[in-house]
Structure formats: C-alpha cells, structure tokens
Design a binder for this molecule. Structure first.
Ligand code: NAP
Length: 337
C-alpha cells in the first residue's frame, strides 16, 4: 500500500483526540477517516474539527467500513476486547492503547485469535520503548559494556492525581504497568515474582496508598524495583537505572538545558507524561502506520499486553497482602518469538 493508511478511531476521548491530532498534523503516513464513541456528540465534535471524517454508531460498523484500513482503539480498557476481536476477524491491523484488555482471560482470547491468523496484527500502546533515552539504555545494556544486569531501579512520579478519580488499584494497573513493560523489555526476561510494599503515606493523597514500591524478581534472577509516587508535587519524573556487573547506566534528566545562576544549577522537570513522552508517542504511531501498511504489526505485542496484565494482577494481590506473589503465565505461542 503506497497511499495513506485509512484509520478508524474507536474512542475520541483524551488520548484518542491526541492521536488524531498526531496522525493529522505530525505524521505523514496515515489519515483519520472514521470515528466512533459511546458519546456520539464527542465523536461528532472531533469529526467537525478535522473535517473529512465519518462518524459511526458502533465500533462494529466502523471496522466493517471500506473507509477503514486499520483500527486505533482508544476506548476505556474494558471495551478493548470487543473492538480488537472484530478487527482481527476483518484482518485489519490494530493499535490498541494500553491495556490490551483488563482481564487475563480476555488477553488470551485476543492472543488465540491473532495466533489463528498466523501473523501479528496488534500493537499495544506501551510507548516508552520508543523513547530515545530508554532506547539508549537498552542499547547500552546490549552492547555488553557494563556486563550482565543485576538490578533495575525504576521510578515513576506524577506531580498529582485527581482525588476521588485515581484509586489505589490504579497505582499498579494504570501507572506501574509502564514500568513493568520496560523492565521486561530492557532485561529481555519475564517476571517470576512480585511484591508490593506500601509504607508511610503521602499526606497529600489523603486516603490513597501512595507511594508504593514494587519489587520484581525476574526468571533469570535479576531484581527490579519500581517506586510509584503519584502526588510528588514537583512534576512528572521518570527515572531508570541498571546496576550491572561492571558498571551502571541510567536515564539522564530529560531537559535539554541546565541553568546555572547564582550559586546553583537547575533544569525543567516535565509537567506530565504528554510532555515527557511526546516524541515516543509520535514514533510509536509512525511505526504502527508503517507496519500496518504492510499488513502487519511491530512494537509491543499482544503477548506483551498479556504478560503485563498477569504481573499487574499479581501486583494488585501483592499490594493487598504485602506478600510476594508468584507469576503464573500461559505458554508463549511461537508467533511472539
Ligand atoms: P477517556 O478520555 O475517558 O476517553 C475514552 C473515550 O472512549 C470516551 O469518550 C468514552 O466515552 C469512549 N468509549 C468508552 N467505551 C467505548 C466503546 N465501547 N466504544 C466507543 N467509545 C467508547 O480516556 P483516555 O484517557 O483517552 O484513555 C483511553 C485509553 O487510553 C485507556 O485504555 C487508557 O489506559 C489509555 N491511555 C494510555 C496512555 C499511555 O500512556 N499510553 C495515556 C492515557 C490513556 P464515555 O466517556 O462516554 O465513556
């Protein structure tokens, strides 16, 4: 396919609209031709803003339309499966925002359907893999210059979350999932066991279990720690350091300049994930569009989505009990390497 990929977007909320902006104004290879949302007025508003977009009453109708070559799923997590399965049945490539689905059973149904097709058609929106700094971290590990990784320390800090809307479970199921993804990806290994400890609470979050510390033991023995703090105040701060046999490598500060004035130095901390990962979101969608044009998929797979869901579920149990929880996963189909 040489023309622009015709993309149908299911869910025109916050990230759906951001991806539509990206496809329309930033990237070259695709165009949004169709939208649907349970809130039809929201979909209509988006279609009006951009022009040339057809509004559909249901995801099934959008997927079946000749105006759609590929499907971008940006509805809320529990609705992902009902969008992905018909898209696979129609043989249309899918980009699904994280999570792949909200239960392990649903993830496995999606995997079964993709395996039956015999080729990958799904990319899941774990965008950190497209961040330049994370890519450099991985390349450094793989170069062998610091030897075998022994530990990975990940830190995920949000300036603030909305009281009442952000609940205890989300610290693992919505926030830590990105750290679980990069841990598996950087170390090239699956998680064997997870423990989640909650100590002294940040008084800003009132009743929220915040911060939490996740400790993951990988199958190969490497240990990863993840701090999730969601009311840290000063900004959105993503940190990561590999401690290895012969050295360490860590993400540098994400600001481009360091200010020195008076007797101190300083730099900007990103306000939120949009600012910190804006290039990564652009790159992940560009990658998806290119792969979808070839009738396939690259980047984080349905298997990654499933594996993260398993660890996330275990993390929630571990957070409630305070005890380590073993990870039990299905066998990995050959399709996922
Ligand atoms: P949002 O603002 O609530 O938007 C979701 C939209 O989907 C809403 O308009 C919602 O309508 C609609 N919707 C729900 N079920 C639907 C269905 N069955 N068919 C069609 N539309 C449906 O949420 P968001 O923040 O954009 O998040 C959407 C997804 O992206 C979530 O899975 C989230 O985890 C993910 N996300 C990922 C990242 C990342 O860093 N990769 C960042 C943000 C979000 P109603 O309001 O009427 O329910």
């Amino acid at each position: 396919m040489t023309d622009k990929l015709k993309i149908g977007v299911i869910g025109t909320g916050m990230i759906g609209q951001d991806h539509i902006r990206r496809i329309t104004h930033v990237l070259a290879g695709g165009e949004v031709t169709a939208v649907t949302d349970t809130d039809r007025s929201r979909a209509q508003e988006v279609a009006k803003t951009y022009g040339g977009i057809e509004v559909f009453d249901s995801s099934d109708a959008l997927i079946a339309s000749d105006a759609v070559d590929a499907v971008l799923v940006c509805s809320w997590g529990p609705a992902h499966e009902e969008a992905i399965l018909p898209a696979l049945a129609a043989g249309k490539p899918v980009f699904c925002e994280k999570p792949l689905a909200t239960t392990q059973e649903a993830c496995l149904r999606i995997i079964d359907a993709e395996v039956k097709l015999g080729k990958r058609l799904i990319q899941v929106g774990y965008m950190r893999r497209y961040d330049r700094a994370y890519a450099d971290l991985k390349a450094t590990i793989e170069s062998g210059v610091i030897g075998e990784p022994l530990m990975f320390h990940s830190v995920h800090r949000n300036a603030s979350v909305r009281e009442g809307l952000y609940t205890d479970d989300m610290a693992v199921a919505d926030t830590m999932v990105h750290d679980i993804d990069v841990t598996r990806w950087l170390l090239g290994d699956e998680v064997a066991r997870i423990q989640v400890i909650a100590g002294k609470r940040n008084s800003v979050g009132k009743n929220l279990r915040d911060p939490i510390l996740g400790i993951m033991e990988m199958r190969g023995g490497t240990v990863a720690t993840v701090e999730v703090s969601v009311n840290i105040g000063y900004g959105y701060d993503i940190r990561g350091e590999i401690s290895a046999e012969k050295g360490t490598v860590e993400l540098s500060e994400s600001n481009n300049v360091v200010l020195k004035a008076g007797d101190s130095f300083s730099g900007r901390v990103p306000a939120d994930w949009r600012e910190r990962f804006i290039e990564a979101y652009d790159k992940e969608l560009a990658d998806w569009i290119e792969a979808a044009k070839q009738g396939g998929a690259s980047g984080p797979s349905a298997w990654d989505g499933y594996a993260i869901q398993v660890v996330s579920d275990a993390g929630l149990k571990a957070a409630d009990s305070g005890k380590p929880v073993d990870i039990e996963m299905a066998d990995k189909p050959a399709l996922y390497g």
